[in-house]
Ligand binder design. Structure first.
Ligand code: GLN
Length: 334
């Protein structure tokens, strides 16, 4: 896609308004204590449930922070769109689509049934089967080459070198029999492109990278800004890749709640079980939230509420419009 191709975007409100709306939203949902911290990965159960931070980064690189926006947590599933973006960039969006798929499963993120029910086996990169397949596809002939590719790429999105949370990694690696099973099942169907155990290991590492809500907002802003990180000024992926990744998020970023999310928020987003959510307002900027209490699908409760608030009050919903010409009074005779 050429850089002068027309796009349909606007811009964020004035900085003072963004600051005020972000602070008000954070304050409003501070008392929302619904949901549970994830504990199926033992180390995640140690999260401090009251942490709550958020950040907005505009496409011109202006950063707005509130609360625990610099508190670090493991990225978990929020890594999926960014690794998918890197794979599309390296292999071509069509090549990745034909192997991984881009349709919603409507089933939980770690569903084995979704693999069995679908003839193509993986259906999209935002659930574990498709994410494992995506990680198996990234450039590199060894696990360490693939891991370097992933960590460097995710760091470019964040604009700083990301570090592994060794404790979370060890904890998940010791307990992720289900993901190992999914990788072996895919491999059995000929739908994994690297060794299943090593793929699961690279995937588990990718999920254990430490980020903050601030990092997520910068990463999201990179997808909002045609693939260029607006803080560092460096291109990470092409505008074409960014656009396609956002489309997959719109259908499946919040697992089986993706329809509810799009209905309420009207923006592509991705959640993870440690409590992070990244949301992208194309052309305008990225939002990052962190709060570890989750709903039953594994999405942060406060993060969803605050993002809904921001989408509405910052005017971000992609589906919202108002009449160009003022409404005409009805014809008396009509
Ligand atoms: N690493 C986690 C898993 O594979 C990520 C899941 C998530 O954040 N939804 O189970």
């Amino acid at each position: 896609m050429s850089s002068d191709e027309p796009v349909s975007t606007g811009h964020l409100p004035a900085p003072s308004d963004v600051t005020r709306i972000l602070a008000a939203g954070h304050q409003r949902y501070l008392e929302l204590n619904d949901g549970q911290v994830a504990d199926y990965i033992p180390a995640l159960a140690a999260a401090e449930p009251d942490r709550f931070g958020a950040c907005v980064v505009s496409s011109d690189g202006t950063e707005f922070d509130v609360g625990d926006s610099r508190h670090e947590f493991s990225i978990q599933s929020v890594s999926k769109p960014f690794v998918f973006a890197l794979a599309c960039e390296a292999l071509g969006a069509e090549a990745v689509r034909s192997r991984v798929g881009v349709n919603a499963t409507g089933l939980p993120f770690n569903s084995v049934m979704a693999i069995e029910l679908n003839r193509d086996r993986t259906m999209n990169p935002m659930v574990n089967a498709g994410a494992l397949a995506t990680t198996s596809l990234v450039p590199g002939t060894s696990a360490s080459e693939k891991w370097s590719f992933v960590v460097e790429g995710l760091s470019a999105f964040a604009g700083r070198p990301l570090q592994l949370d060794e404790e979370v990694y060890q904890s998940e690696a010791a307990t992720n029999l289900r993901n190992q099973g999914i990788a072996h099942l895919l491999s059995g169907y000929g739908e994994l492109w690297f060794d299943p155990d090593q793929t699961t290991d690279v995937y588990t590492r990718q999920c254990s990278l430490l980020v903050s809500a601030h990092d997520l907002a910068v990463m999201g802003a990179t997808l909002a800004d045609g693939g260029v990180n607006p803080v560092t000024g460096g291109r990470v992926v092409s505008a074409d890749t960014a656009r396609r990744v956002l489309a997959t998020l719109a259908t499946s970023g919040l697992y089986e709640r993706s329809g509810d999310w799009l209905y309420d928020v009207g923006l592509p987003g991705k959640s993870g079980v440690s409590g992070g959510i990244v949301t992208v307002a194309p052309g305008k900027g990225g939002l990052g939230t962190y709060s570890p209490r989750l709903d039953e699908a594994g999405n942060s409760v406060r993060g969803q509420a605050l993002t809904r608030h921001l989408s509405r009050h910052l005017g971000l919903n992609l589906f919202a419009s108002s009449p160009l010409v003022p409404e005409r009074p009805r014809d008396a005779g009509g």
